[in-house]
Design a protein around this ligand. Sequence first.
Ligand SMILES: O=c1ccn([C@@H]2O[C@H](COP(=O)(O)OP(=O)(O)O)[C@@H](O)[C@H]2O)c(=O)[nH]1
Length: 531
Amino acid sequence: MGAKALPNSTQVPSLLPSALSVLLISPLSTQIANRTPPPLISALHHASAGSHLQWQPLLHLYILKSFSQQDRARTANTSSSIKTLESLFQETASQAFSCLQCRQATYYNHHMYNRYRALNHHSNMDNQLPPEVPVATEAVAPRPVNFSRTFYGIMFDAGSTGTRIHIYKFIQKDPVELPVLDNEMYHAVKPGLSAYADMPDVGGESIRQLLKVAKKTIPKEQWIQTPVVLKATAGLRLLPQEKAKALLNEVKEIFDDSPFFVPNNSVTIMNGTNEGVLAWVTVNFLTGHLYAKTRKTVGILDLGGGSTQITFLPRLKKTVLTAPSDYIAKINMFNSTFELYTHSYLGNGLIAARLATLGALGADGLDWKVFRSSCLPKKFREDWSFGGLTYKVSGIPDGFAGYKLCYQEILQVVKGIVHQPFEVKGSSIFYAFSYYYDRAVESGLIDGSRGGTVEVRDFKKRAKEVCNKMTKYRPISPFLCMDMTYITCLLKEGFGFKDSTVLQLTKKVNNVETSWALGAIFDHFHNLNIH
Ligand SMILES: O=c1ccn([C@@H]2O[C@H](COP(=O)(O)OP(=O)(O)O)[C@@H](O)[C@H]2O)c(=O)[nH]1
């Protein structure tokens, strides 16, 4: 099966932003008003403080599908989704306000007071629609003279293959409105911090470079109250402790010298559970699945360089009961606790898996040993660097190369290591990103600008083609056969997905990266208490 288009909830926003803002900002046309049930008009207006990212999938779905009288049932769902998404921010307001008392006042007191007011305004809203807001509210609502409309959060992702900065802009249009995510500014540099294990000061330069982007993006008057946080993943987890510590100290010094707000524990190595759970929060938030008592969520598959994560909300108790106990994590949102299946496999990221396949992971004699694999073109031989080390790698010149042999090699890296959740054979939807996405694009499975939907069997089919025609695909990457075969093997033999399991390959939703970073900034503003 070939690539399919994304469903409306992820594809439509890029098509209709102006139509949306017209609907949100200007008075509704008579035609629309006549056909829109009154409670939803009220909900739309209540949510209409600018181009609100998290409402967009819901609103677009509504606009496209619900303008007819027959669709009242769907309208009811949409309204309840708007209401429940709003409750995320109500709770954010409540928790963030309590941070006032835990003395992070420098940053919080300005914005959080307003959010606390918003909470009071909306208290006891469970199971209700937001209150009626007249169309003209935007123009006439009284506001404090110095009311601040925007605030920012900076999240650094120090990954094994690169360092990225995510600058999130939130808007609070009115003291009685809840803040919403307006946009993300994203910038990435390579290699990752772990490549500077023996020269932390040089590694620090990449952080300085990215902070310049933050200074350009965020207005000067906001710098002092904008939190800057860095979380490192597999690259630093795999380094000896002292080397990782030296890198983190270097980053902390750079943050302290910056004009931004540096909270406690702003530079850390994140654990694998949080990495998986926060990516799940991001994707479900961006796709409009995150609200009180939600049961209809999507799973996530993240394939980094050093580690890989799987996270989903099980529907069946058996999935929880049959999982190893440390594969179940709880997260608090909307006054309830979500019990997630999540695991991060350190050493099973795409690049670490290449090393394992080649037998090079943790090997000595790197200056003379040549690591060979039938997943590489026969005549290929190159020095190849990862994590600060250089390896001599090659194909098997007088042997065989191809899918079958390659699959057998890779099986050793996956079999018996990756747990198969009970429920994964069911019909849950999984969003797959990072290297799943990159390799699907490079091998021509999906379009790089739009993403797409594939079945697990599509990866297998394309892996076979790439491995059995290595010369054709060599200019794209000599590792493409190995990578595609690893992805196929991980999905099928590792997690136990069926050939027909559908994967939604997505890099961005509404122009926001599908990464744990957005979940992490939420967790910063509002402790999600992952345990
Ligand atoms: O916001 C992000 C963060 C990561 N990636 C992709 O994630 C992969 C690598 O992840 P990373 O280096 O963070 O690996 P990890 O340290 O998590 O194993 C690469 O394809 C990146 O391009 C991305 O597309 N957007």
